[in-house]
Design a binder for this molecule. Sequence first.
Ligand SMILES: Cc1cc2nc3c(=O)[nH]c(=O)nc-3n(C[C@H](O)[C@H](O)[C@H](O)COP(=O)(O)OP(=O)(O)OC[C@H]3O[C@@H](n4cnc5c(N)ncnc54)[C@H](O)[C@@H]3O)c2cc1C
Length: 391
Amino acid sequence: MLNPAHTIEDDGITQSDIREVCASVTKQISREYMAECSRARETPKELWRVMRETGLFGLGVPTEFGGLGGHLTEVALALDLMGQGGLMPFRYVTTQMARTTLRHHGNDDQKARYLVPAAAGEITFAFALTEADAGTNSFNIRTYAERQGNSDYVINGTKMWITGVHEADYMILVTRTSKFDPAVKKAGFSVFIVDPKSAGVSLSPIDIGLHMADRSWVVNLDNVRVPAENMIGEEGRGLEALFDCLIPERLLAAGLNVGLSTFVLNKTAEFARMRAPFGEVIGSYQGVQIPMAECLALTEGARALAYQACAKFDAHIDSGMESDMARFLSAEAYLKSADMAMNTHGGAACDMQQDVIPFYLYAKFQSIAPINRNVCLSAIAQREFGFPKSY
Ligand SMILES: Cc1cc2nc3c(=O)[nH]c(=O)nc-3n(C[C@H](O)[C@H](O)[C@H](O)COP(=O)(O)OP(=O)(O)OC[C@H]3O[C@@H](n4cnc5c(N)ncnc54)[C@H](O)[C@@H]3O)c2cc1C
């Protein structure tokens, strides 16, 4: 159990505590259990229970709100370590995104109301930004929140791919509060906390072929009435609150990617120490050793950059460049490791019992979402070389 008495100063849990707790989580929750949940598309309830019991939900929430302190760095470390055990706790990522934006932009009442139960793991959040015509181009969203009197907004629109929303207690919903104007694309965003069980919200499942336990949904909002007090920040000025979700999303995804890459490398090394189609184990061949070493070097480089970016974010220093680089490199390293795992396992890679393909599919998905590699690289080129924006 993470113990508040172990915190350093007022707002920091030690990283050795986090390592100890994550080791206990990965000891109690096996990769086999996660793979079973993914095949059955069932929520990994045992994982949530153990994460709650060990106090992991308190990470990243200040002690004054019942959390254990720590910032994005500590949460990314927890994800890295859980990834190294083959665990994929996605709703932990969306919940942390919500908590970061609440911490930075929420008012006192919102912090008390949502951060306290979130620190105890009693409530989780989904994140609802994407729409059918607004994926990479988030500025194109059309979901609209219209003020009605002083107390309420009425929201209409359709969100897509919203992961875990059927079980989340709330979603961070990104809307427009003024109509889309191509001349000022970045204006008019407002961010709300919405209960997915509100009248007018309906969910339809999307058949995702990624072998993930978490399910994704189309969320239809038909005249959904939301109290004005549920808006995070000011009307029409929600872009900062949104970016305080999106940058953590990139960095937490990077933490999980490097963890999963390490898991895949270790799993493949174990196989290569045992498989011997010509008498010698395949791990004795340079054709197996060199790609594995390359994947390891790339993974460690991505890991170092991810923590560098987290440290900047936590220090409120612009971390956009490092975040894009960490996001890109972690996805590349993980995909390379997963591809190498497929090659090294040979035919065995196609046997679901060997549990290799789910990592490959998920690694491929990570080069597409939450942000695709083209856009990451274009943003890096634009920033570093001063090129005009290419999209
Ligand atoms: C399993 C899953 C879970 C998801 N969960 C969530 C969630 O919980 N909440 C949420 O809000 N969203 C979620 N998403 C949505 C995800 O963030 C989007 O799929 C992602 O942003 C990409 O958008 P798109 O699919 O519309 O791709 P598009 O925007 O249509 O892009 C398609 C491809 O075109 C290329 N491309 C696009 N724009 C550019 C450009 N400017 N320059 C160069 N190339 C470009 C890229 O190769 C890109 O992959 C999820 C998606 C999936 C598949």
